[in-house]
Design a protein around this ligand. Structure first.
Ligand code: ZN
Length: 357
């Protein structure tokens, strides 16, 4: 697939006669919602934040120029404008929703097709300047606009609906990539967006280039007593801890990366590694691959350049430390928290819940 097809092949149009999966209910959203955990002690992968999109990506439509033009002309279509990883969102009590613009109000910029919902509404993204005011985005909306502001995945991801979180992750990932993929890595010539924004083609040598995605592993390591290894990164403030993580290196499997990173960062040898779930993390372009690993040794020798301190925690140790306010855990958006809670067996307590802080 990642071939050097000539430009005419790269841009070749594949006509589709039916939009697979359009109309309610979406087989896509049903399939995603029905994902089951691979092992009984792991929660369902669809519990992970940012992994529950309700939009069918409809990849076959990306090359249907006629359909795309009609969808862009349809005023029901919705456009998510993203700029530097952020979109406009309206914040309410414990929730947030994205603000879309109709196509005719979208700014100039790289346009990409995000998919179709179960009501047959098409969604696009545009990498361009955000609308200045909500009224500009939704002229018909007369609701309170005081809670509308720019937001990225970190601050809004856990508050958005499944549909909106998936759309924002998809749009931000594509926009981040287009921002750095303007020139051919082979010959340096400018590249052009193709496949409705899902690839770019070199106009000179015809090579086709796809969105970059850097795989990173993140692993919850347990010892023979089922204690969990938590560490504080050297850059983090006192008390903030998480599980270990690192990028997969060239020519390395994800499992090898888990074993290597754990040994490099804390000097612990792992005896087994098993996959648990993944999460898109387009900040700017990572894919987090979550693992459970069992340690063969427990002595810790931290790599002081990266890790300030690390230790083994039983569930009781962890609960008590959190309730005392001694530990600050990863945010609920993160796959690290999901992995920790999967091991812990429940949602982590919060210090404020005790009424002692
Ligand atoms: Zn080129």
């Amino acid at each position: 697939m990642h071939s050097s097809a000539p430009i005419d092949q790269c841009l070749a149009v594949t006509r589709v006669t039916s939009a697979t999966g359009r109309g309610a209910p979406s087989p896509y959203s049903e399939a995603v919602a029905g994902l089951q955990p691979a092992s009984p002690d792991v929660r369902a992968p669809c519990d992970i934040a940012l992994t529950r999109s309700e939009i069918e990506r409809s990849a076959a439509l990306r090359s249907d120029e006629e359909w795309l033009a009609a969808a862009w002309a349809d005023r029901r279509s919705r456009v998510l404008v993203v700029e530097r990883g952020q979109a406009l969102a309206r914040f309410g009590a414990g929730a947030a929703e994205l603000i879309f613009v109709p196509p005719e109000r979208a700014p100039d910029g790289v346009r990409f097709f995000l998919g179709v919902d179960s009501d047959d509404v098409a969604y696009f993204g545009v990498a361009g300047p955000l609308p200045l005011l909500p009224a500009e985005a939704e002229p018909e909306a007369s609701g309170d606009t005081s809670n509308v502001r720019r937001a990225g995945l970190r601050d809004a991801g856990a508050l958005l609906s499944d549909r909106d979180a998936g759309l924002l992750a998809h749009a931000v990932a594509l926009a981040n990539w287009h921002a750095v993929a303007g020139y051919c890595p082979r010959c340096g010539a400018p590249t052009e967006s193709a496949q409705a924004g899902h690839s770019r083609c070199c106009a000179v040598d015809g090579s086709e280039h796809f969105p970059r995605c850097d795989p990173a592993v993140i692993m919850l390591v347990t010892d023979s007593s089922d204690r969990c290894l938590l560490a504080r990164n050297a850059q983090w403030p006192a008390g903030r801890v998480s599980i270990l993580a690192g990028f997969v290196e060239a020519g390395e499997s994800a499992e090898q990366a888990v074993a290597r990173e754990v040994f490099e960062e804390v000097g612990v040898v792992v005896a087994s590694v098993s996959y648990a779930g993944s999460q898109p993390w387009p900040m700017p372009h990572s894919l987090m691959l979550g693992f459970r690993a069992e340690a063969a040794s427990t002595e810790i020798q931290v790599d002081a350049d990266e890790i300030a301190e690390a230790g083994w925690y039983s569930r009781d140790d962890l609960r008590d430390a959190i309730l005392r306010g001694d530990l600050l855990m990863p945010p609920s958006l993160s796959i690290s928290r999901w992995l920790i809670e999967t091991w812990y067996g429940a949602a982590l307590p919060t210090a404020s819940a005790t009424g002692l802080t």
